[in-house]
Ligand binder design. Sequence first.
Ligand SMILES: [Mn+2]
Length: 320
Amino acid sequence: MIDQIATTLSEKDGFVVVTHVNPDGDAIGSLLGMRLALKEMGKTSTAFLGADFPESFDFLPGKGEVKVGFDSLGFEPSCVIAIDVAAEDRIAPTLSVLRKTFCLINIDHHPTNPGYGDINFIRANANSSTQLVHELLCTMGHRLTVDVAKCLYTGLVTDTGCFKFSGVTSHTFQLAAKLLEPGLDSYDITKSLFEELPASRLTLERLMLERLEFLLGGKLALSYLDIEDYKRIGAALSEGESIVNRLRETRGVEVGGLITALADNSCKVSLRSKGLIDVSSIASELGGGGHRRAAGIKSPINCKDLRLKLIGLIQTYLGN
Ligand SMILES: [Mn+2]
């Protein structure tokens, strides 16, 4: 577990740090935080993303050194460290090749993580994966710098919805205090995360709210977008995952849902619940998955039919 990982990192050299596809704040924070800390320890390492670095996290230190491909690794890696990756097939695709050669360290807080690593450090009740990275650094006796703290704090803030989601306890704030300790200003991070959004995000949100319907006696807030809307507005498809949170913010609403019609007549649905019903169960009945309060579906069924199935299922779960 954590001691074994600490020993491995101390004794070996040459590490590749990876995270999940479509990375969020916790994924990017873990990736950069771990990589920077390894660098501070004098270890040879690289962070690998498998795709272009997401613009919204441009403010974080170390992003310039993140590699897209493995072509120019330049050293002999001994271990791959996967952080915040719930399932092995969610790691950037090329890792399957590496898997045969290296030891795989798996650090994560998703309850569904099966422990696919050679060494696993999984704690489902951790607020963020950056919390686990922090614990690892403490175990190793590594002193926290402002740069590493910035990355780790970003993961904590985003995965707790600015300390707003369920699961936030006194321990969460104790960790936040420790991360701010090296001299970090919380607003420097939260401003970059939440007050520097692209205009396309607000335009997309306006369209989502225009098309909002309250169904099932006001318990379901449902809206609809088309992939063409995203293209016209110039918004990334991942923006849908953020704006859907708005849909459960209303009194009486138990579930918020955003349906997106994709180009091939298939359909993507993002679901958010206040916790009364488990949207991951609903999602898995329709070929998707996720958590109790946040889940998603990608289905070959067209949106019109999927919408009706979805409303029917939510109605059943609500016991109406
Ligand atoms: Mn996470």
